[in-house]
Design a protein around this ligand. Structure first.
Ligand SMILES: [Zn+2]
Length: 185
């Protein structure tokens, strides 16, 4: 869903990516999120996160009932995998805690993308520098907005205008909702 971050990479094999997923499961942030999924009553199976080759330009995705996929061919380093796993786990967490979450509702989708973009560190300045964007004041939020728009406009239920309106309407609440973290990591 976030093509600019991955297109310059050659990518991994599914096997290499599976190993990186296993390693990501031992990082503090992923562990923390998994624990909170458990606490919220959403126990994740062993196969919850899978590596696959993706034809579309995206890092990964979360599919209701199907778990998380990481696009091995768009992953190069461990940090790429950690990033996708954390981002998608936040979507899974949101779905877990809100039984009525409706992905076809642009505001619901935008809210989860705002949280995932903010809390996963997708827009940390080091990663933005790698993408060729400069660090300037307010840049983190611009970056999150850009990535939210890219994801939500790919939702067949959300036009460009609907995505933008939804994002603006829920921005403050969702950007400041850092659960299960006390504050943005
Ligand atoms: Zn997302």
């Amino acid at each position: 869903m976030e093509e600019e971050s991955y297109k310059k990479y050659e990518g991994c094999t599914v096997n290499e990516c599976e190993n990186m997923i296993q390693r990501s499961l031992r990082t503090p942030m992923v562990k923390f999120l998994m624990e909170h999924m458990d606490k919220a009553g959403c126990k994740l199976g062993d196969n919850f996160i899978k590596a696959v080759n993706c034809e579309q330009q995206m890092g990964g995705g979360y599919l209701r009932g199907n778990g998380i996929v990481v696009c091995s061919n768009h992953m190069k380093i461990q940090d790429d995998v950690n990033q996708v796993v954390i981002h998608e786990l936040i979507h899974a967490y949101d779905e877990c805690r809100a039984a009525n979450l409706d992905w076809s509702n642009c505001a619901h989708h935008a809210c989860s993308e705002i949280r995932a973009g903010h809390l996963s560190g997708d827009c940390h300045y080091k990663r933005e520098l790698l993408r060729g964007f400069m660090k300037i004041r307010g840049h983190e939020q611009d970056c999150v907005r850009r990535r939210v728009m890219k994801s939500v406009t790919s939702n067949p239920f959300c036009s460009e205008t609907a995505a933008k309106d939804a994002m603006e309407a829920v921005w403050d609440i969702c950007y400041n909702d850092t659960k299960p973290f006390d504050r943005a990591p």
